[in-house]
Design a protein around this ligand. Sequence first.
Ligand code: ATP
Ligand code: MG
Ligand code: MG
Length: 369
Amino acid sequence: VRRVGIVGCGQLAQMMAQEARPLGIEFSFLAEGGESTACVEGLGTIVQATDGDDTESLYRAMGSPEVITAEREQVSVELLRALEKCCPVYPRPDAFEKTQHRLREKNAITAAGLPVAPFLPANNYDEIFTAVEKLGYPAFIKSCENGYDGKNQWRVDSDESLEALRGRVPESEYVVEKGINFSREVSLIGARTADGEMVTYPLAENDHYRGTLLVSTAPAPDVSEALRKTAQDYLSTLMDAWDYVGVLAMECFVSDDGLLVNELAPRVHNSGHWTLAGAKTSQFANHVRAILGMPLGDTDSERPAVMINMLGVDKKPALANEGVWLYGKGLRPGRKMGHVILLDASQRALAERTQAMLEALYGESRRPA
Ligand code: ATP
Ligand code: MG
Ligand code: MG
């Protein structure tokens, strides 16, 4: 049998294993820093890493997998580099190093020739202040590290809101970004093998609520062929430039200045969960295929799909006939507990059913508490 090792034990690791086990692939999971392993119980060997473990014995405890991957961005690059002495690690540790630091990430995207929102680096409040003065309002102040789901970032739209941050932003590395007046947010997910074979999924349109993804619609409705092509060119440029292996997700703003890259995720992505029911091959199966050097599966979708995140709710809603995925995590406010996928031949019917589903999950406001 072929064995894949995954660093991380959350829902992304869970879905990779669920999707690839039917291909006869076995999994082991490495838990770092005492993280919860609830999502991956029963899906393979679970190994707890503790400080001072030597990497080779960790690798052996994982059953000596032929390739290792990771399910989150904020994984220790040092650990990945050490594991690389035992077997290939895909995506490459370099890809994690670039994407887990926003300034390095923006510089890498720019170096590949792709456009991003105007930005300036800053290391303390005074530099943030100067950067906002140059870029204008609204502006986004994002910590370079440990930002996800809109955490560790602030939007300022006036002198008052900027002043209110004085004394509240710790000395750290930041990027200050010009606020983009986007008409919508889209993401493109692709997979690439070490041989350079590449596939991309239909573009998804993403709606966030308070910085967290709430709804993805794929294919994104009413997208011009030119926009789709641009997004594909961006992603394949990045993947080739980085000699990337595995699934890469690219989040973009559609703006008056064209398509701008917001950020990248070197892993399977929440805006690709719809592929579990809506595409011939899911992003999870294609990630595993890509890192194992297997031929990539068909990414076409037969019917339009909508994925709705279950944020801080874990009751299986009625109406969800195509499927509800529950990750089996402990309930916490705002936490990603699962998701629902709706499929429908008609985009219009799908939009209506999405509203009904949001109401079933969150009540009249149709928004998480
Ligand atoms: P994720 O959970 O996707 O990793 P994150 O915490 O890394 O999110 P971003 O994707 O950078 O954060 O920002 C979260 C959301 O905030 C974006 O999807 C977008 O809606 C909004 N946003 C971020 N930067 C900008 C910008 N420059 N202009 C306008 N809106 C922005
Ligand atoms: Mg992010
Ligand atoms: Mg984002």
